[in-house]
Design a protein around this ligand. Structure first.
Ligand code: ASP
Length: 337
């Protein structure tokens, strides 16, 4: 159902709400399109006119550093006008409903909402309710999904380990509350990795987690064997309603990633984390800042991937790539703006 509403009548991306329902071909199109934007950060003029004249509203009802900033950078590099709604000082704090906020912003002729909300399904709700010319991008909804994080992580993995069918990926930590984990599992399985393994204490795993298409381990020392990609997750304390762990130091002892534990994975394994990292809770500083860490590469890649998703949803790519796409469009900057 979500899958269908994310695509327009021609099968092209209209909203980006969840990885669920999107096929390998579309995910690959996003990665290929992002590839064509990736070099832009090194250019003197970091702009293309693809979204010139479009207005994008960043609606972040939950805190964010990386996601909000890279969405804003991505939009401005596409030459869009960007409005960052400060929810703390907006009428939401006076009791205005989400729907009324959306209706009022629609009346200002905006073209896209980028939404982060504590409630699962918020972006989906807005996409259902909003005017038909407006695209909605989910920047994280409750415990449900964080699809752009998953795509920037797929992009980062593909840069370093292009053969997905050989890859064993471990996702470690608070799977239960993680919208990132849900979207990563869907993206990795859709792109056809050999194995997605979740490693966590029983209290931090959802019921019937195997049905998501993963294998399960409760022991980091065993679970890290043969792993190519190690994805660490933060303990989402703001979403925990009861005490699920004895203590943070006990958690670090059993599930924290140290240099010694990382040696159990393949020698060329990469270490990822969506941020924010909690040093000494889920990851040791020596690993976070070490040679196998690609954590800051993930952040950089967030710009190109979010540019790709926004340009695709607005249908403004030069060759209007339909599906399937075999080659990324050339987006060489012709003199900037
Ligand atoms: N930044 C990610 C998110 O928004 C992960 C996290 O907050 O731990 O879900």
């Amino acid at each position: 159902m979500i899958g269908n509403m994310q695509l327009n009548d021609e099968g092209k991306l209209k909203h980006f709400l969840s990885i669920e329902g999107l096929d390998k071909c579309l995910l690959t199109e996003i990665l290929d399109t992002a590839e064509s934007f990736a070099g832009m950060s090194a250019q003197q003029v970091k702009k293309v006119p693809l979204l010139r004249g479009k207005t994008i509203v960043n609606l972040f009802f939950e805190n964010s550093t990386r996601t909000r900033t890279t969405f804003e950078l991505a939009a401005t590099r596409l030459s869009a006008d960007v409005i960052n709604m400060n929810i703390a000082t907006s009428a939401t704090s006076k009791g205005e409903s989400l729907l009324d906020t959306i209706r009022n912003l629609e009346a200002m002729f905006v073209d896209m909402f980028v939404v982060r909300h504590a409630l699962s399904g918020a972006a989906h709700f807005i996409a259902q309710q909003t005017a038909s010319h407006i695209s909605v991008i989910n920047a994280g909804d409750g415990q449900h999904a964080h699809p752009t994080q998953a795509m920037l992580d797929m992009f980062t993995i593909r840069q370093l380990k292009p053969n997905f069918s050989n890859l064993r990926v471990a996702i470690i930590g608070d799977i239960l509350h993680s919208r990132v984990a849900r979207s990563e599992i869907q993206a990795l399985n859709t792109l056809g990795v050999a194995e997605v393994r979740v490693i966590a204490p029983k209290t931090l795993l959802p019921a019937h987690v195997e049905s998501l298409g993963v294998s399960v381990s409760h022991n980091l020392n065993e679970g890290l064997k043969d792993i190519d990609v190690v994805m660490m997750l933060r303990l989402q304390k703001e979403r925990m309603t009861s005490a699920l762990l004895p203590s943070e130091s006990e958690y670090f002892k059993c599930f924290g990633l140290t240099e010694e534990k990382l040696k159990i994975a393949k020698p060329d394994a990469i270490v990822m984390h969506p941020g924010p990292i909690n040093r000494g809770v889920e990851i040791d500083s020596k690993v976070a800042d070490g040679p196998q860490s690609v954590i800051l590469k993930q952040v950089s890649n967030g710009i190109a991937v979010r540019m790709a998703i926004m340009a695709m949803a607005m249908q403004t790519l030069p060759s209007s790539p339909g599906r399937p796409v075999t080659q990324a469009p050339s987006l060489a900057i012709t003199g900037g703006l």
